[in-house]
Design a protein around this ligand. Structure first.
Ligand code: ZN
Ligand code: ZN
Length: 162
């Protein structure tokens, strides 16, 4: 989804954030992708238009944007944090092979909280549903090489060893 400079200005202003060209470029790059990129991937993307930008600026800007609620961190593998500029309630499809993260927006999932048996003394602020599996291109790749399924079980069995 393309986001205009006006939209960026409005969103930044609403959070009391100063608009700088680099800050706006980083936010724009993240807001226009649904790939949930890492900070490194985002840096490479923004550096095409801003060769002077440093990785540190990208890290610092992402944490500023996160602190004001314009960006969310997504971390399913506890290694490299991924970032999401979609801060409206939504859920994720997560590919266990290529680690792609897809957004899924579904009202019934947003309303799951009313049906869940949550203890009355627990104050829920938010919730998110995650679906783990294989994306269509990984499924096709697996179908092309039948040995890849044994490759997965091999990886998992070696990981379980102490
Ligand atoms: Zn995949
Ligand atoms: Zn997302």
């Amino acid at each position: 989804m393309i986001i205009s400079q006006n939209d960026i200005r409005t969103r930044f202003k609403a959070q009391g954030l100063k608009v700088t060209p680099q800050r706006a470029a980083i936010y724009k790059a993240l807001a226009e992708t649904t790939s949930h990129p890492t900070a490194e991937a985002l840096f490479q993307q923004v550096a095409k238009d801003y060769p002077m930008i440093s990785p540190n600026t990208v890290y610092y800007t992402l944490s500023t944007l996160k602190n004001v609620g314009l960006v969310k961190e997504v971390n399913y593998w506890h290694d490299r944090t991924r970032f999401d500029a979609n801060v409206t309630p939504h859920h994720h499809l997560i590919c266990l092979d290529c680690r792609a993260i897809f957004d899924i927006e579904d009202r019934s999932l947003n309303q799951i909280r009313q049906k869940a048996k949550i203890p009355k003394d627990f104050q829920v602020l938010s919730h998110q549903v995650e679906f783990y599996g294989y994306c269509s291109s990984c499924q096709k790749a697996q179908a092309r090489q039948p040995s890849s399924s044994s490759r997965h079980s091999h990886i998992q069995s070696t990981r379980r060893k102490p």
